[in-house]
Design a protein around this ligand. Sequence first.
Ligand SMILES: Nc1ncnc2c1ncn2[C@@H]1O[C@H](COP(=O)(O)OP(=O)(O)OP(=O)(O)O)[C@@H](O)[C@H]1O
Length: 233
Amino acid sequence: MSLISLTNVVKKYSVGKQEVIALDHISFEIKPAKMTVVLGPSGSGKSTALNMLGGMDTPTSGTIWADDQEISTFNDGQLTLYRRDHVGFVFQHYNLIPNLTAAENVGIGSQYSRDAMSPAEALASVGLAGRERSFPSELSGGQMQRVAIARAIAKRPRLLLCDEPTGALDSGTGRTVIELLRSIADTTDTAVVVVTHNASIAAAGDATVTLHDGQLQSHVQYQVPVPVGEIDW
Ligand SMILES: Nc1ncnc2c1ncn2[C@@H]1O[C@H](COP(=O)(O)OP(=O)(O)OP(=O)(O)O)[C@@H](O)[C@H]1O
């Protein structure tokens, strides 16, 4: 069963008189409780695909179903509710608010959600119990990314979208972040999607989507994930 399915999705942008085809008839599925890695060189359409999955934008043509909702037909208000209720976002540069504590940053992600984890519970789930009162400047890069992941998962999203989550981290810290994302896919129903330039990370996923020039180059499903510690980073 899939959580999200994209069928023949096209996304075009107009730049002056020129038209850029960022996604060119893309079809793939995202499954719950699995980690899907999206690979591709710069400009291949990875962020555009993530924006479609997360309801940040709608396609020029094609359909996107998320469970029983056709989100490709949603208006801005419907997309806002979809994002608020179902999607957690993790970014390369963490996007934490510097003058708020870790717990306050986490609370922001779930303040409008029913059945959310408390900030303390979410921080404990990412290995940061006891760091509730720390400010971002008092945390390492890996710890800041853990706070950002806690903020994203506190509302128990159906979909966790991570855009280059290890891009600002050294390889050892990057591994611990991928291990954490892997464990979220393994222990919850959340579908984890990781966009990365680092092809090695794909081995840790259950499925790999590879984009090239806006086209789907390959979609490998049901691969057997390699333990993160064994990946040749
Ligand atoms: N808002 C926009 N307006 C115009 N063109 C855009 C816009 N967003 C993306 N594009 C173009 O669409 C194509 C795909 O961009 P996208 O950002 O999805 O690629 P990417 O694989 O995420 O790249 P990177 O790894 O560098 O972030 C590129 O040619 C890009 O220039």
